[in-house]
Write a protein that binds this ligand. Sequence first.
Ligand code: TYM
Length: 338
Amino acid sequence: MNKKNLVVFSAIQPSGNLTIGNYIGVLKHWKKFQKFYKCIFCIADLHSLTSLNKENILDRKKSILDTLALYLACGVDPNKSIIFIQSSVSEHSELNWILNCNTNFKELMRMTQFKNSLKNINNNLNAGLFNYPTLMAADILLYDTDKVHIGKDQKQHLELTRNIAIRFNNCNKNIFKIPDFLMIKTGSKIMSLLNPKKKMSKSDKNHKNVIFLLDNSEEIFKKIKSAVTDSNNPPNIFFDPKKKPGISNLLVIFSTLSGISLCDVKSYFLGKSYSQFKNIVFKVINNCIKKIQKKFFFYRKQEELLIKIAFEGAKKASFIAKRKLSEVYNSLGLLKKF
Ligand code: TYM
């Protein structure tokens, strides 16, 4: 099959600032995917309503536009891909309801992300957090997606999406395409800087754990300096996530941004102290982030352009989503006219 006929879907929640984990795990690859696939990139603003940090209206609007400007800064091209904001295409919410009615409560209870929220948030847990994976399934299934580009933490949600789609197809003809996941080999789970056993996350309250794409050089420098390594003497810099989680995490960041493979990093850093190693990692990150930020500020200043791009993307997405939703409604005997 011609690869250009395959649909790749991906999305990021605009809940606060994007991290270098989002960049390395997904965003960095979208520019290249546009050459090979039909790409649909969504800003999952409805998902971000579930987040604990209750942002005010202005913060939320800012996060959405920041995310869009970062997509463009990383090379996503509205002439090659569909870029849109989730809430602008109401079919996502409509299909979400239908999929909720086809999803077992127990399946949602098994989601690791939800179980973690249950542990951490407890009495402030909203129902949106529980139903979050069915909205994600709606995002994916509306577009006959072949491949969903995600980091490791979203794999369970994609497996659920596949199960929901297969079950729906069994009862209602083959309405949905069953999507596969697309995950990069190195960098699909960048870890926290101070606790390299935990995923780097934009919602982490301790900002020392996270490098944000909009951090300045001084902040990045301090964060890399305080990142956990180990106390091997003499220093020993090689990739082994089990024995050396802190060093290995920095090596993954270094490798994905510099293009020097993980096989070659040991000889590259041979004889270097941890402090020299960190200086080199800092330089690579800083170079990369500075380039992104230069383009980011160029786009971010042009709010009207951003809104126009999102609006036009939503029109294209809506056209596809409406067609799929009408098939779903018909298959269920619902009488809505599209
Ligand atoms: P979100 O916004 O948490 O993250 C966006 C994407 O970035 C990946 N990611 C990472 N990759 C590597 N290392 C990390 N530390 C790291 N942190 C995040 C995530 O795996 C994700 O692919 N529910 C999704 C957004 C979403 C979505 C979708 C994704 C909504 N609908 C449909 C794919 C398809 C989320 O919260 O991702």
